[in-house]
Structures are given as structure tokens and as C-alpha cells.
Design a protein. Sequence first.
Length: 428
Amino acid sequence: MTRNLTLALVLLFVSLTTQAQSLSTNRYAGGDISMLKKFQDEEAVYKDNNGDEVQPLTFFKQQGWNAMRVRLFVDPSNASSDDKKEGVIQDLAYVKMLGKDIKDAGLQFMLDFHYSDTWTDPGQHAMPAAWSSMTAEQLKTQVYEYTKDCLQQLKEAGATPDFIQVGNEITTGMLWPTGKIYASGGAPTGGSWDNFAAYLANGIKACNEECPQAQIVIHTEMHAPNDLPAFYNKLSTYDDVKYDIIGLSYYPDYHGSLSVLNTLLTKLETDHADKQIMIVETGYGFEWQLTGKKYDLSGTWPISENGQKQFTADLITALQAHPNVNGIFWWYPEYTLNNIVFKNGSSDWSKNFTSGYWNAALFHYNTGKAFAALYELKNFVGETTGIKSMTSSLKPSDGWYTLDGRQLSGAPSRKGIYIHQGRARIVK
């Protein structure tokens, strides 16, 4: 190796080390706090585990949380009364206010587009009422224009997202019936993978134009975990569906033990080494199992505050064994009825904006006191991993690498700084 080449490599190393401090892969821990503004408007009182009153966003940050997720519906006024009581209230005006609060608190903001007027999940992806007469071609344009408009307004409001989910739990597609698919491949009559991918691509295009620094999340859940590798492999055949993060919902009551999750994570890391993975929804009960449970894991994690904490600790340990996993979000941690229906010790249900308890909250529904699991989540967030993780293995080659040392399956599809043939390459 010549002196000039040695010097060049040293300068490259120093340069990359500096860049890695800001561009390295961080870990994120937080929650989907989509109802927080509603609870605060109703004067809910939140407390720490000692019983002292706290301000939620400040408290979350003090406990090491660094990212928050909020859902967005097209027009939730069209949702059923039951769905509204369960939490379908987040229109754009609401999300702008809550999103700004999150950003002002110094937290990362994940925006979750539902592309519906109500809940979306593998069993329902209802078309927004205002879009119901549109053809598939018109919907492609509508997704782009709607996404772009929402992001423009959020930016103007000081609520620029850092992560954007283009669809919520889209294991079986989105915008039914034309965007309905089977995760394992194929589609029912009236739906198609081509439509589904086009809807995603147009939403992603708007995200890249309005929020080019935001990372794109494709969010599925685990009701049929063996189908998810096929889902993401099929999605990779569409060149214009470019994303950064595989997002998963994992609830042991519905999806099974940690071994199921571990197997899936290993497969996804093998097949999609260039993608980060986040658990964008999780939760476990402290007093009852979740409604509609399929599995009873109370022998492993008792249904108690301590059992909920142990689940959280075990989940974090499992996730930390997977280098591509960089995020965990607890779903609906902010649920409490303290000072809403239990004012002055009475059970006044006149403000019954939710039709039942959320059994996996991180605050007690009556006292408002924080549970132990809330404090456990910070343990997922460790030191950032940067250039140190790649110095021993990265050598000049024809491969492409991220700054944290992960080898891509091919040339990068997103803008950023990469390593190729021993040199830093900027992809625009």
C-alpha cells in the first residue's frame, strides 16, 4: 500500500467517523400516543410511580423515550360511533397540534397514514367515503395528492415527520377492494398487487418530495408470520416501492411467543439486509389479557404489573440480538381515566369517549400512576452504532455498505452516504 493511499484511507476513516456521529443508526423507543391530546383535553392526570403528577411528553423524555407515533385518518367524522369511542378521532388538524407538541418536546415523530376514515388492519381497509367512487387510476393520483397535502400542512405547522408509515398494517393490502392482496402472493377478485404497489409508490413519492429526510416505513402485522417473508420479497420486485424500514406489530396475545418473533426477524434480516426493522406496535396486559386473545402466555409473563415489566424486558433482550432492529413503540401507553371518569372518587361515565379499558396501558386507569414497564423501555436505547461497527470487516470491494457497516444487496435505492470500493459515495 503506497503512502498516498494509506493517507487517503486515514482521511476517509476520519471523515466517515465524523459523519457517522450524525448519520449512524440510532435506536428508538417510545409509543403510539395518538390519544394523548384527547386525554389532556379531558384533563386526565398522569403520575409517576411515586404518585407525583407529571407532564406526559416531558416525563416520557426523562425516562429515555425518544420517538412518538401518531395515526392519521382521512375523515374520522365518518367513522362509526363505536370506532370514535375507541379512538378514531385523529384528523389532520388534531395531528398537526399533537405532532408539533412532540417535535417541540425534542422527540422524533412517526406519522402513521391509515388512508381510511376509520381503523385499518388485516381485516379491514375501508375506502375513505370521499374516495369511494374513484377508479384504481384515480386512486393512485389521490394517494399522491392527499399525502403531499398532509405533509405540506404538517411542515407548515412545525410538525415535520421523521418517520412516515405509508399505510397501517397493510399485510392484506390497502384501499380495498382494488388494493386488496394476499400476503403470500396473488389477490382476490377485484384486487391486485399492481394496484397495491402503485398506491404505495405514489404515497412514497409524495413523502420523498415533501420530507426527503424522513424514513419510510412499510407496516405489517403477524397474524400469519410465515407469509410475511413472501410479502416483502414480492414487494421488492416493484422498483418504485422504495422504503427504509420494515415495521411490525407484535402482541404476544395475538401472535404468540418470542420464538415466533425471533424466527421472523432472522428471516427478514437475511432476506432484506439493507432494511432496518421496527416493532411499531406492541403491548401486554397488566390486569387482564387483551380482548380476543389467541394465546395465553401468562405462564411466562403473569398478568400483573411485574409480568408486564418482565415481558418488556424479555422483548428488549430478544430485539437487541437482532442488529437490524432499531425501534420499539408501545401502543396506547397514555390510556388512563384518572380525573376523567373517576373525578373526586366517583365513577362518572358522562365523558365516555372510549368504550372499554385498554388492558395494556402504561398508566393505571384509575390512579394515573405509571407502571414499571414504562421505565423498562429505555433499556432498548443504547449507544448509537456507527463507524466502529464496520472498521474490522469493511474492506474495499464491489459491495455497497451503509455507514454502520451493513452490506446492501445491491446499489442503494435511496439518497445518502454509502461506502463503495473503499470510498465514500454520495447518492443523490
